[in-house]
Design a protein around this ligand. Sequence first.
Ligand code: ADP
Ligand code: MG
Length: 344
Amino acid sequence: MSNERTELSSLGEFGLIEHLTKNIELQNASTVLGVGDDAAVIDHFGKQTVITTDLLLEGVHFDLMYTPLKHLGYKSVIVNLSDVYAMNATPTQVIMSIGISNRFGLEALDEFYEGVYAACNKYGVDLVGGDTTSSQKGFIISVTAVGEVTPDTFVKRSTAQKGDLLCVSGDLGGAYIGLLFLEREKKIFLESPGVQPDLEGESYVIGRMLKPEARKDIIEFFASQEVIPTAMIDISDGLSSEILHLCNQSNLGCVLYEEKIPVAEETKKAAFKFEIDPTACALSGGEDYELLFTVSQADYEKLILNEKISVVGYMTDAEEGATILTKGGNKHAITAQGWVHLSK
Ligand code: ADP
Ligand code: MG
């Protein structure tokens, strides 16, 4: 952040909103009317609309001690786009509401919006509105995302079928390890403020935490291959928790192969430094924003064309439960804290 500080009071509420939104160039034909009226107008021309929202609170969801505002703006959009992609839909508009703490000057908000607009441009979505208030305590961010989907091709969590393949995109566990590094350096800094942070060599996992991406590419791949997953969810709370959602809502069980869970080399090395099991990070870590989905076995040949997709297991009857087959050949029930019994 630069050292300049422009008081927000010098602009006033309307001046501030005008400042934050003046450069918007609309990217979607579906955006009939954007910022500047009582509401935005969106026309999806015969498509179906999905809509999702997330609330992010300072001290609960993010820590400004180690989160650059630009990254925070970026991530606050990404986490919502990830929910839209998890419906097999394409995000088209976002609405951004902020409660601004009195610590913030205009320069700080500009940094935040730089990240917001970077995400909007990268993913081709329009910022079409929001609300701006002051906050007594901490920075508050509420983002709503709107997306479109060809009628009846949206994908729910509850429609997986017995025998379907269980798949994940990308790699897991990195964001959690990134968070451990950031928390460790924060603690050291608070105890001895002179010490420079030692995050050397950990850019991959720290990037996974601070600057996640949403899996637009996977949704586009499905469309190009004419694959519609039978069920899907995004991985925000750790693989175990999301698998349990899929199994419970589809009324099925599953077998997850520990050895098939994709974990990046960087994540494995970093987990080793903290003496924790990389599988534990993937199962319970969270914030990876990858996709977990099921597909019919008939789609297997198409799926393996994409190296970003890993088949990690298959769906079973509910009676068999949600289970993990460990590298050692043992079968355990998957629990929301899946690693507790694995790490013994
Ligand atoms: P209203 O009083 O009708 O709610 P506002 O004065 O709050 O309108 O907002 C004016 C316009 O600016 C609206 O289009 C609103 O959606 C948009 N807007 C307000 N705050 C933000 C923000 N933080 N980011 C983006 N757009 C915003
Ligand atoms: Mg308003």
